[in-house]
Design a protein around this ligand. Structure first.
Ligand code: G1P
Length: 271
């Protein structure tokens, strides 16, 4: 059973400036609902019981959003508005399952994962990158099924344009296990077109083994001076840890860029 999820939230959000100069990008509304709530709902639906938020001092706004009880209690007492009562109940439901840890220096996704080391209890855990929304079909549910079937780590995969490979982690695939799942031979963070072994990209859903922490502890910075989770995954694969690329069937929305963020609201308003 996968019961814990982690969500790196310490990123600066520079791709969304100026919206993120004073505001946490994960709280920006997507069709009227903060992006992070879509991610939390995906977790809840897939049976996750605890979510670890990796924030930074600059992103305390996220913690405040889920810990604003006095404010809600006062407003509810004064206004007796059922809509606000329902919204507060929803926030309380989220709050119960969230734990906060800090990553004050933006040293990369791998470094963010490392901050959760002492809280991860089981052999495997889920990681969701909040810039990547997947709608219409719950990607975490599908990945957990694949994990149960093959007893291995799983990552979401999507075909991207060859010209855009340098924006993503890119897979080199091995054997195909079934229609939507293949074993991963290698994964390369943001390769050039020439270096890219395929046009299959890592999308922000990962079922990772606890053994990843050992790799991260000794890992040197990679591309752009950051500690990448993809590099730690690469070294686990070299030691024969099984990783599966899962070609998910939901619709991917890239909320981390301005163009994608705007499009996300339009897409979600259609469903
Ligand atoms: C991160 C990962 C990358 C992955 C991408 C998916 O990149 O490092 O491997 O393809 O998320 O959104 P970032 O968006 O942080 O640049």
């Amino acid at each position: 059973m996968i019961k814990q999820a982690i969500i790196p939230l310490a990123g600066l959000g520079t791709r969304l400036l100026p919206l993120t100069s004073v505001f946490a990008k994960e709280l920006l509304p997507i069709n009227g609902k903060p992006g992070i709530e879509f991610i939390l709902d995906e977790c809840i639906e897939s049976g996750i019981k605890e979510v670890i938020f990796i924030i930074s001092k600059k992103k305390e706004m996220i913690k405040n959003y889920f810990n604003n009880d006095l404010f809600y209690k006062k407003i509810i007492k004064e206004k007796k508005d059922q809509r606000i009562v329902n919204e507060y109940k929803k926030i309380l439901k989220y709050k119960k399952m969230i734990k906060f840890v800090y990553q004050n220096k933006p040293l990369g996704t791998g470094d963010a994962v490392l901050k959760t080391k002492k809280f991860i209890k089981d052999k495997y855990f889920l990681m969701l990158l909040p810039d990547d929304l997947i709608i219409k079909k719950n990607c975490s549910i599908s990945m957990i099924k694949v994990h149960k079937k093959y007893k291995s780590s799983v990552m979401a995969s999507m075909n991207v344009k060859k010209s855009s490979v340098s924006r993503w982690g890119i897979y080199k695939l091995n054997k195909r296990l079934d229609k939507n799942n293949s074993l991963i031979d290698d994964v390369i963070e943001k390769p050039t077109i020439k270096e890219a072994p395929s046009n299959k990209a890592v999308i922000g859903r990962y079922i990772l083994p606890k053994t990843i922490f050992k790799k991260l502890l000794n890992q040197k910075p990679g591309k752009g001076g950051e500690i990448h989770i993809t590099d730690a995954i690469q070294s686990l694969i070299k030691e024969n840890e099984k990783f599966i690329a899962h070609n998910f069937s939901g619709k991917y929305l890239d909320c981390g860029t301005m163009k994608g963020y705007i499009k996300s609201s339009l897409e979600i308003s259609k469903i």
